[in-house]
Design a protein around this ligand. Sequence first.
Ligand SMILES: Nc1nc2c(ncn2[C@@H]2O[C@H](COP(=O)(O)OP(=O)(O)OP(=O)(O)O)[C@@H](O)[C@H]2O)c(=O)[nH]1
Ligand SMILES: [Mg+2]
Length: 382
Amino acid sequence: MPTNLPPQAKAAERKYIEAKTLPEKIKYLQEFLSLIPEHKGTEKMRAYLRRRLAQLKEELEEQKKRKTGKGMDRFSIKKEGAAQIAIIGMTKSGKSSLLTKLTNAKSEISDHEFTTKIPIPGMLQYEDIQFQLIDTPAIYEGMENGTLGLRTLNLIRNCDGLIILLDGSNPINQYNVIVKELENAGIIIEKKDNKIEIEVKNANGIQIKCIGKINCNIEEVKKLLRDNGIRNALIKVFGEVNLEDFKEAIKQTKIYKPSLILINKIDKYPNAVEEFKKIINKDVIGISIITGEGLSLIGRALFNMLGIIRVYTKEPNGEIAKKPIVVPIGTKVIDIAKIIHSQFYKNFKYAKVWGASVNYNGERVGAEHILADKDIVEIRIK
Ligand SMILES: Nc1nc2c(ncn2[C@@H]2O[C@H](COP(=O)(O)OP(=O)(O)OP(=O)(O)O)[C@@H](O)[C@H]2O)c(=O)[nH]1
Ligand SMILES: [Mg+2]
């Protein structure tokens, strides 16, 4: 927070932070925004607050709809499976075709523009887990100014990752438009090298992972996050930080979404991938929904992109769980104990592990042992 804000602006900010209801929050945020002097030094903060204002207005709309019982919100889709992935892209890039091809769901496919008006979910099977894919209304320039655009951006903000589907006829231009539209809405697809990373999530509250030192009260940090509408997030801290650093990080926060870039219609545009890679230094997969080329690579690519592993629990009687627990890379044995039951966590003694993370099958490990994909874990308690 720059210290040169006029006292009226600071007072309005206080009111905004302390406001309890959405209409109040919106009112005071508007007031706060109008009192911030417009110059380069406040540009980032103003941009952030404008986005926040748009979000709050959208939330209020939803709240009103829920209250009147009108139009169940079809843009907030309950998460199912290991991750929720939005398929995004310009109109006619083939989003609905991809959903229909890869999942059990059907979404209208057409040669007309802007066919899809509401998001449609479907489940993609990958080995023994499923990803929820969501077909979405198309990205378009200036979408932040339209209701459909705003609602689509909100959906994108809430999912775990993206499939960016580009049309082979014009992938570079489409990519640039999509990245720009996302950035305008505070969503980035590339991780930045910050001291504090804030990854907004759908559930599980505030989790803080620290490689370094936090020189302030964690409860104060949590309150600050809540006051800024962040209730569920994974916060990663690198190096030494204080409360001011958190304030700065929140104001500049852009939500990072891991993304898989696909170039579609390579049946028609066989050189599209090569040409894209020459200009944009990113990994992409070329696909054709018509011939099926490249489609079998998508499940694995999503799995890798999400940075997750599967862990199977084993009962003392030898029975191995059929369904894995899906957790982030870096998960320790004790984290699994926590997920299974608080008793396992409190009374943890040791675990036996079978799989890639141990030197031999059935090796006895401690709480801090880091697991690998497909590990089997048997936890022993006191
Ligand atoms: N040649 C070719 N055409 C394709 C392929 N995939 C989709 N199409 C065609 O592209 C057109 C648009 O497909 P949709 O799936 O409706 O596109 P969309 O991205 O959902 O479009 P909106 O709903 O408007 O955003 C249709 O005519 C499809 O048949 C492909 O792999 N190759
Ligand atoms: Mg569509």
